[in-house]
Each structure stands twice: as C-alpha cells, then as structure tokens.
Design a binder for this molecule. Structure first.
Ligand SMILES: Nc1ncnc2c1ncn2[C@@H]1O[C@H](COP(=O)(O)OP(=O)(O)OP(=O)(O)O)[C@@H](O)[C@H]1O
Ligand SMILES: [Mg+2]
Length: 355
C-alpha cells in the first residue's frame, strides 16, 4: 500500500496527460494508472493497482509477451493495436505503446484510443436515432393516412354538390390531400415492400444509378467510376440498394446544379473492400465501402448533424426523406451510411458487411 502511494506521487505528472497511461511491473501487475486510464476503465485506480494489466485486454497474452520482451531487452519499445476491456462498457480499440524506463521493473504502457473509437460512437448514436425515429414516423404516417382518405373522399362528394364557383376550394383540399398521401406513402415505403433477397453485385447497382443519373443530366456532369472489381457478391435487396444509392446521388446532383450549368460537375462512385472494420456496434472481417463523392458546395452547416433525420431538408422543395430512406435501406443490410462534407467535396460512404 505504502509502495503504491509513493509510486502515485512519483508518477503524478501522468495524470495531466489525455493519453491513457499505466506503469506496470514486468509480470503485468499495475503499479500506477493515470486519471485518463481510470476514466476510460470507469473504475478507480485503487482497484486497478496490483491487478494484472494484461487481463484488461481481449488478448491478455499480447501484453504479457510485450512486457517479457521489454524486460529481456529484446526491444526498448513496442507498438501494437489492441482492444481494452471496460466493465459495463464497450470494448475500446487502442494503439498500445510499451516502453522501457530507467528502472528495470517499471514499464510504461501507453494507450491511444484509435480514431475509430470516435467514429464508432458517432455511428452508434446514428443507429439509435434511426431506430427511434423510424418507429415514430411509422406510427405518425399511419395516423395521417387513415383520415386522409376520408378527407379526400368527402371533398370529392362536396364538389359534386356545390356550385362550380366553390370547386376551387375543394380542389385545394384534394390537391393537398394528394400531396400528403405521396409523402405518407414514401414514409411507409420501407415497411411496406417485402425485403426481396438475392445475390447483389454492388457494381451493377452503381451502373444502374449511373445510367439513371446520366439520363437526367446528360450534360455538364461527369460520372467517374472507380471500382474495386474484386468485391464479392452478397445477399441483399438490389432494388432497395439502388434506391438508396440513387437518393444519395440525386442529392449530389441537386447540390451540383451550379457546376452542372458551368459544365464541371463531377460525381464519383468509388468501391473498396474494408477489412476488420467496426460499425453498427459490430466488428466485421470484411465489408464493402461505396463512396458517392461530389464536388459541390457541401452540406449546409446548419443541418449537417441532422441530415439523416426525416423531414430535414436544406433545399427548396425538398421533403427531407431521401437520406432517411437510404439509411433505412442500408441498415436493413446491417450496414450504415456516413457523411463527410466540406465545400468542394462531399463524401457519402455506404458500409455493408460482406460474407
Ligand atoms: N451531396 C450533398 N451536398 C450538399 N448537400 C446535401 C448533399 N446531400 C444531402 N444534402 C443536404 O441534405 C438535405 C437532406 O437530404 P434528403 O435527401 O434527406 O432530403 P431532400 O433532398 O431535401 O428531399 P427528398 O426527400 O426529395 O430527397 C438536402 O436537402 C441537402 O440540403
Ligand atoms: Mg434528397
């Protein structure tokens, strides 16, 4: 006990670091844990001191080997990536740096949380949001849909009864009811159509979207294809994925309007394979990445955090459903859409696990 108190004061400056730091003996027993590590583990350092630090990782042996190597002077420092286990919390992916000190039996273990962590938390938030809003929308849409038919029908009956001067009003009712009906139908679309599963080739999906987009914008838009043709087929709903990619590409084209007019608009479809990646709270050995990149003005800052929410739109006449639907479709494939946008470059990335 005395020993660890004196160690604490000796290593106190580590508490000022944002990096997670532990000082351990060569057998892995913790001598000191800094405040950032305490925080990350969600426990107090009193409970960490004297325990085996190796056991805090999914693969304890890796740290043990590293410590043994440092002790026997095989190397002065060693770096590797690992997963830190945290009681009652998710695994934390970290970059581990094990370094010798002047003292033979005191080894510094530094843990740098990987950038991935930040991404993962953002994704989890997205997923939770999507889940909550999906349910809300679905219920709300049903509630609107039912009386809507009645309103429209009643307006039609009224139209037959009243003199022709007044039909202007009933027309408005019918027109607006129809507009709402279209909106509600779109909201309910993902829940209505059965999920049709077959073998999907992502490049067929891209090609289809490309031809639809080029038919709409035959001039002023260059569509670049950058495909990794080694990507295997996967089980999925082709039509849904086409719709998802089309919604994203459509947005890009809307954003590119000025550049299309100027003749230098560019839309890129880029496919890649990602290995050992984590999204949607799960780690996948293999996943496909489809980037849809445009050189437009970027997503307006005011709505950047909310573009996947329903009814959030940054453009005149937009209903704010395109991305909500796209996200739903991709999530039905256990995937996720992310957006990274700045003026001149907007990148929508679709991630889908591969077999
Ligand atoms: N590539 C992009 N560049 C700039 N802004 C974008 C881009 N993609 C999306 N946005 C912004 O995100 C908003 C939401 O897009 P979303 O597709 O969900 O709705 P919408 O396009 O407004 O309406 P619709 O339901 O017809 O698709 C858009 O209105 C636009 O402001
Ligand atoms: Mg849209």
């Amino acid at each position: 006990m005395k020993k660890s108190t004196s160690s604490s004061s000796r290593f106190q400056t580590f508490d000022l670091l944002a990096t997670l730091v532990a000082v351990v003996h060569s057998d892995g027993a913790v001598l000191f844990a800094n405040a950032a590590l305490e925080d990350a583990l969600g426990t107090s350092r009193r409970l960490i001191v004297d325990t085996d630090f190796g056991a805090s990782f999914t693969e304890p042996q890796v740290l043990r080997n590293a410590l043994a190597g440092v002790k026997s002077n095989d190397f002065a420092a060693l770096r590797y990536d690992a997963w830190l286990k945290r009681p009652n919390r998710d695994l934390l992916p970290v970059h581990v740096i094990v370094t010798q000190t002047d003292h033979p039996d005191e080894i510094v273990v530094e843990l740098l949380p990987l950038e991935q962590q930040a991404r993962q938390e953002r994704e989890e938030r997205l997923l939770d949001q999507a889940q909550a809003t999906k349910e809300l929308i679905r219920n709300l849409a049903h509630e609107i849909k039912n009386p809507l038919g009645g309103i429209r029908g009643a307006a039609q009956l009224l139209e037959m009864e009243i003199d022709s001067q007044m039909t202007e009003y009933t027309r408005v009712i019918i027109h607006e009811a129809d507009r709402l009906q279209t909106l509600v139908d779109r909201l309910l679309a993902p829940h209505r159509r059965p999920h049709v599963v077959g073998d999907v080739n992502i490049h067929e999906v891209c090609e289809r979207v490309r031809s639809l987009i080029l038919a709409e914008f035959p001039k002023g838009l260059r569509v670049v294809r950058d495909y990794d043709t080694s990507i295997p087929e996967f089980r999925g709903d082709r039509e849904q994925l086409i719709q998802a990619v089309l919604n994203i590409a459509h947005n890009a084209c809307h954003a590119l309007a000025e550049r299309v007019a100027a003749g230098d608009a560019q839309l890129t479809f880029r496919t890649r394979v990602a290995r050992q990646t984590t999204f949607g709270k799960q780690r996948y050995k293999l996943a496909l990445e489809l980037h849809v990149i445009d050189n437009g003005p970027g997503v307006p800052d005011s709505i950047k955090d909310r573009i996947f929410y329903p009814l959030v739109s940054g453009r005149e006449g937009g209903s704010g459903l395109g991305l909500t639907l796209a996200q739903t479709f991709v999530q039905q494939h256990h995937g996720l859409i992310e957006c990274d946008s700045e003026p001149g470059r907007t990148d929508f990335k679709i991630l889908i696990p591969l077999p």
